[in-house]
Design a protein around this ligand. Structure first.
Ligand SMILES: Nc1ncnc2c1ncn2[C@@H]1O[C@H](COP(=O)(O)OP(=O)(O)OP(=O)(O)O)[C@@H](O)[C@H]1O
Length: 243
């Protein structure tokens, strides 16, 4: 087991944003965290990345509890946030070198890792360009390369295709799936876009803070008695649904 979330709840004041959420992902698995706006996806990411302190429940990476071993757990996590955090006036290489240094990598080791990840994401030729010169899809690839520099076991992506055109969205989605396949990286991909998910994917369906399903897309269709993921999603997340 790679990452495990056990009975996690979170409230903003009196408002419940997550209600008793539990799931576990296998090593090398691609899982989609699917939910309409306000479902609780960003709150869950904020807890997984320690932006917010846990209120109840437990989060484990392998057998390490996030609360008890925060540094060791964060070392195994790579994160791509919804909003880009690249410095537009630095080159790709400079952005990545800075991040590598933050993780304690410098000199030769950092250079090697940066080259490896940029190559994998087909961005090596752009290493000396300023980020400002890159299109949205390529900026996202740089962010993914950056998140992978310290060789995490789990990669969290919070709506990584926000603002991208359909072609770049699909290319990015394919890249990440390939990474999972080639490197045994575990991926949690948060989205509200059905077209980024296949029937074979593990789908964590979050709605109003509750996890309605954590099975495959096929199972979601069966559960809702619908013949497509988008119909299943609409049925399961319409108000009053009780699955
Ligand atoms: N800082 C906050 N204070 C109060 N309520 C909040 C706060 N942040 C989020 N919420 C509420 O918590 C619930 C979950 O929000 P969250 O942002 O986690 O959902 P989401 O699935 O990420 O949605 P989106 O796709 O719109 O980002 C929503 O009802 C939201 O209004």
């Amino acid at each position: 087991m790679s990452i495990r979330v056990e009975q996690v709840s979170f409230h903003y004041g009196k408002k419940a944003a997550l209600n008793n959420v539990s799931f576990a992902l296998e090593t090398g698995q691609f899982a989609a965290l699917l939910g309409p706006n306000g479902a609780g996806k960003s709150t869950l990411f904020a807890l997984l990345t320690r932006l917010y302190a846990q209120q109840s429940g437990e989060i484990f990476l392998r057998e390490l509890a996030l609360n008890q071993h925060p540094t060791a757990v964060m070392q195994k996590l790579g994160v791509v946030f919804q909003q880009s955090t690249l410095d537009l006036d630095l080159t790709v290489q400079q952005n990545l070198s800075y991040h590598a240094a933050l993780h304690g990598l410098s000199g030769k080791a950092a250079k090697g890792r940066i080259q490896q990840e940029l190559e994998r994401l087909q961005m090596l030729a752009r290493a000396d360009e300023k980020v400002r010169a890159l299109n949205g899809g390529h900026r996202r690839r740089v962010e993914i390369a950056r998140a992978l520099l310290h060789q995490p076991e789990v990669l969290l992506l919070d709506e990584p295709t926000t603002g991208l055109d359909p072609q770049s969205r699909s290319a990015l989605n394919q890249h990440i799936r390939q990474l999972c396949h080639e490197t045994q990286l575990t991926v949690l991909w948060a989205t509200h876009l059905i077209e980024e998910i296949t029937l074979e994917d593990r789908v964590l369906l979050l709605h109003q803070g509750r996890l309605l399903s954590s099975a495959t897309g096929h199972s979601l269709c069966e559960l809702s008695q619908q013949d497509s993921l988008s119909k299943a999603f609409n049925t399961l997340t319409c108000d009053g649904a009780s699955y």
